[in-house]
Design a protein around this ligand. Structure first.
Ligand SMILES: [Zn+2]
Ligand SMILES: [Zn+2]
Length: 420
């Protein structure tokens, strides 16, 4: 009874003190301040007029720090074209201003264009091998890039083959020949300097050999095992950071050795065999052969990454859909539990010694050519190849309706151009 009374007395005292405190804070206008301070602790300040930090990457909107590497996936898919994924293509941008393209697979040229980078900066391409899903858009980057402001030759590095005809030099020379009509028809019309392509072929058997070394950047190659002799993987080292790009391969001991200590390591990871059969319509026999013997199965990808332990492992070369990603992830996770990116087109990695930030880019589909970095060189109209008399004679007379455009442009730019 006494205890009960004592308890009630204490309770009354607390109620009284609480009310007194409320009256005190309210009369001093402290109560609203206290509650807003608590709210500020639980949620960051949000402004109705100031933009918040983005959680995506918008091309041409962020500076690259002097010690930073930025990697953008411009193609993560397969030889089979699809709107959602171009084939293998990776852009590496360095804080020293250098940029390198690793593979330029079918469909990737439009991804590169979406990044709005002046084409003079995109003049170095490294090919892992000569499957079209790894170099099928080289023609688009070569010709389209020149038309959009590349005022220098496109330089290509790639492996030799076991015969000269299976090497990069042969492929580039014959690509150039296949474009004879295209290139001849552009003579004398635009800045001519970009319409040249150089092949730098190196020995596919080279063991961690240096294939490029300039401006503090060292790129090495080592063999891969895929389809025929010839494919390679690359490492790029700069400023204490190491990036490794594996082209197509069965898991191999050279990647295991030379990709060690990578800050970021890309390696192919093929579609899970059951999905190859049901979704890709392979026969079970072909699915097993292609998905596990010509390429790297997800479980094997995981085993490779468990051995080399990169700061970030990147898997690509599969159709990444809502109903395939889970299987790939689960299979990789049976053999690897480290940091992992399941790549898709426009994925972006910002890499420094302290941090690797992974985001997706949001791009503008209506891009136009970025600015040229040098003054355009006027073409020499005298080297234009003329039509035959027969074709030239087929022109309809539309001079009267075109002349106003000549008048307008001549007046605007102080010229005296005449119709042909
Ligand atoms: Zn291949
Ligand atoms: Zn491939």
């Amino acid at each position: 009874m006494n205890l009960f009374k004592k308890g009630r007395a204490m309770y009354s005292l607390f109620v009284f003190l609480g009310l007194a405190a409320a009256v005190f804070f309210a009369s001093h206008e402290l109560l609203p301040l206290v509650s807003s301070a608590n709210a500020a602790e639980s949620s960051p300040k949000v402004s109705p007029v100031k933009a918040r930090e983005r959680d995506f990457y918008a091309p041409n909107s962020e500076n690259l720090a002097p010690d930073e590497m930025r990697l953008i996936a411009c193609g993560t898919g397969m030889p089979t074209a699809r709107p959602k994924q171009a084939a293998s293509c990776w852009l590496v941008e360095l804080g020293n201003g250098d940029k390198f393209i690793f593979d330029v697979g079918t469909g990737s040229a439009e991804r590169i264009a979406a990044l709005q980078i002046p084409y003079n900066f995109l003049d170095k391409v490294f090919l892992s091998h000569l499957h079209t899903d790894h170099f099928g858009d080289l023609d688009a980057l070569f010709v389209g890039g020149a038309l959009a402001g590349r005022q220098k030759p496109l330089r290509v590095w790639g492996p030799s083959g076991d015969t000269p005809e299976r090497g990069t030099k042969y492929a580039i020379e014959h690509l150039r020949k296949a474009l004879t009509w295209d290139l001849d028809g552009r003579q004398g019309l635009t800045d001519p300097r970009g319409y040249h392509i150089e092949a730098n072929e190196f020995d596919y058997k080279g063991m961690n050999q240096i294939v490029y070394q300039e401006n503090g950047v060292t790129i090495r190659s080592f063999p891969a095992i895929h389809s025929l002799d010839g494919p390679v993987s690359f490492s790029l080292e700069w400023n204490g950071l190491k990036f490794v790009f594996g082209g197509d391969t069965y898991p191999n001991k050279w990647y295991d050795e030379y990709a060690k200590d990578a800050d970021l390591a890309i390696h192919e990871c093929f579609i899970a065999v059951p999905d190859m059969i049901t979704k890709f319509k392979f026969t079970p026999q072909s699915a097993l052969a292609v998905g596990t013997q010509i390429h790297t199965a997800p479980e094997a990808f995981g085993k490779v990454m468990s051995r080399i332990k990169p700061r970030m492992a990147v898997a690509y070369h599969f159709f990444k859909d809502f109903d395939t990603t889970g299987a790939i992830n689960e299979r990789i996770r049976t053999t690897y539990d480290g940091p992992l990116s399941l790549a898709e087109d426009y994925m972006v990695w910002n890499i420094t010694k302290d941090d690797i930030r992974v985001r997706l880019a949001v791009v503008d589909e209506d891009v136009w050519p970025p600015p040229a970095t040098e003054k355009p060189q006027a073409p020499d109209p005298s080297i234009r190849i003329p039509y035959s008399d027969m074709i030239a004679g087929g022109r309809l007379d539309v001079k009267d309706v075109i002349q106003p455009t000549y008048d307008e442009i001549n007046k605007e730019y102080g010229l005296s151009e005449k119709q042909e």
